[in-house]
Design a protein around this ligand. Sequence first.
Ligand SMILES: *Cc1c(COP(=O)(O)O)cnc(C)c1O
Length: 447
Amino acid sequence: MEVKNLLDCHCWHSGLLDALRHSDAEICRLIEDEFDRQQNTLQLVAAENQCSRAVLAALGSVLQNKTAEGPVARRLHGGCGVVDEVEQIAAQRAKQAFGARYANVQPHSGTQANQIVIAAVLQKGDKILSLPDEQGGHFSHGSAESLTGKLFTVENYFLDPESLLLDYETIRKKALQCRPKMIICGASFYPRAIDFEAFRRIADEAGAFLLADISHISSLVIAGAHQSPVDFAHFTTTSTYKCGGPRGGIILMGKDFDNEVVVGGKKTTFEKLLDAATFPGLQGTPYFNHIAAKAVFFKEAVDTEFRQRQFKIIDNAAVLADSLGKYGLSVITGGTDNHLVLVDVTGLKAGLTGDIAQKALEDCGVVVDKIDLPYQKTCRTAGIRVGTPIVTKRGMGEEEMVVAAGLVDKILRQLVITDAGYKIDRNFIADTRQIVETLCSKFGFAD
Ligand SMILES: *Cc1c(COP(=O)(O)O)cnc(C)c1O
């Protein structure tokens, strides 16, 4: 009898790491190192998360082999029946998770989602009004080095210099004075709630489109732990990894989804413009393994446990901010409404910067980001940004946040600024790493 050479899908996918070890021990070892690093250090990077093994499985599947340009059911390639279904499910679940009327799950990243929206409705040279990146905006919102900054005219609104908060009346005045075609809101390091409804009022008064980029807070928005922009903004974008999904981006629309617009003298819809700006505008073939992983994530994100965890993330961040403040560290705006806390480290000792703080903390097993602080002129990266999504996912609570704040404080006080940068006592590093590892070992690498 003829032996058929067909493999079982589960069997074939199950030995992925073994296959890698066999064919490329070098990269396999680096993956093992990264797993150890993620498992045994205190992960306080606010722009990261840990996806589930189910999301990873979708990423590491044969869906990655499929090429198919264009929107669902209008692909340029053959054999697209399965991936059409995958993409439809992903879009459907994205709409459900965010309460949206339209979802485009094709963008390869949050940056690209922004570029697609901007390219869809603006003409070269049109004006964008946005928060500059040194105040918490994102480079894809029009910074000079990015494509958006090169192709469009960009004006900025600024945080209030005293409170470091968004001041909607000042933003309104700026919008009415400069008359942008698009206003962008949403930030990479803004620790307070954003009033998207106020932004929409301003956009309407100024005759502008409103783009809300919720990359940092999208999981809070899904859970109802932060106001949703979906029905206020014309367009909402987000990266999909900070909330706990795979790398990638999505574009959402709410009640404006079927608006008719006139672009270049022709009547069309936002949906048609976004589809064309995605392909062939800015992207080629979609990544179906990522789109499937987005679908898996959006299913997880409507779960009660996920929703409750988002509130816990905020509670943990509040305790972290409070404890850091009690240790005498300078917490920007005095606290937080979301998942992140900003600390100005320059007042702690002469010569200390966010860059040095980040390195010294990492030496001791505590991983954070350095950031520029608004209006801080003494140095670049005057601060650090700490966030609670990962530690919360691992099951840490308020008690551990107090411990984490104590570690940050102790490390920053222990380090000594030198001509070459900084130094810390070796024994102190070893002891602190041990404390961090013990803490991490109590909380498993969450699935
Ligand atoms: C992280 C972030 C992005 C970028 O997303 P990528 O997927 O990394 O390109 C865009 N906008 C904001 C506000 C972000 O914080």
